[in-house]
Design a protein around this ligand. Structure first.
Ligand SMILES: C[S@@+](CC[C@H](N)C(=O)[O-])C[C@H]1O[C@@H](n2cnc3c(N)ncnc32)[C@H](O)[C@@H]1O
Ligand SMILES: [Zn+2]
Length: 184
């Protein structure tokens, strides 16, 4: 079971599902980092990427969820900014240390990418459909945040992906406590 982040300020993209997916060797990187219309920096396809193709590993140091809770803000101007990615074993990848380009991939409610954990425990960002050159890469963060989905919390995690069916939030809709507050 994926672990849950303990505090709103330490939300991290939900643990990737484990797939048995063939690996595709990349001769050259099919992506580049540049300014994004969604937020800050983003990652963009530099050539067409086939559905199912592995694009990039989400790298960084691996730390416990407790240690992640004690980290300083990854963006001093935004306490809700995160470079954390939850693993299926409950630990967290902190891409703020030894991270690579994958840490700049933004969230979308209509994503063209999907993360998965391979049999060696690596988190791989793969294409969930054919991606054209120039498209921004994005996956659904499905952020885990405990507590009631108050207006303030929803505003803190407001989504600016621009998708036609944007759900308005980077939070995991499956984890939303009911209006009466019972989480189950
Ligand atoms: C892993 S970083 C992605 C890179 C980010 N654009 C940057 O320049 O730091 C994740 C953070 O980017 C921002 N972000 C990503 N996708 C977003 C979206 N769809 N809407 C609003 N903010 C987003 C949030 O602050 C989130 O915590
Ligand atoms: Zn959205």
């Amino acid at each position: 079971m994926p672990s849950r982040t303990r505090a709103p300020r330490r939300a991290s993209p939900a643990a990737a599902r484990t797939h048995d997916r063939p690996k595709t060797e990349q001769a050259t990187r099919p992506y580049a980092v540049r300014r994004s219309p969604i937020h800050g920096r983003g990652v963009f396809a530099t050539r067409a990427i086939a559905k199912g193709e592995d694009i990039v590993e989400y790298r960084g140091r691996r730390i416990s969820a407790d240690a992640a809770d004690t980290l300083p803000d990854s963006d001093p101007d935004n306490p809700y900014h995160t470079f954390l990615f939850e693993l299926n074993d409950g630990r967290v990848i902190d891409a703020g240390v030894r991270g690579n380009a994958a840490r700049w991939i933004n969230h979308s409610c209509a994503p063209n990418c999907e993360p998965y954990e391979d049999d060696r425990g690596r988190v791989i960002i793969a294409a969930r459909r054919t991606i054209r050159a120039g498209e921004e890469l994005a996956y659904d963060y499905r952020l885990n945040v405990e507590g009631r989905r108050t207006k303030a919390l929803l505003a803190a995690y407001r989504c600016r992906c621009g998708a036609r069916r944007c759900r308005g939030s980077m939070l995991d809709p499956a984890k939303a406590p009911s209006p009466r507050g019972s989480a189950r």
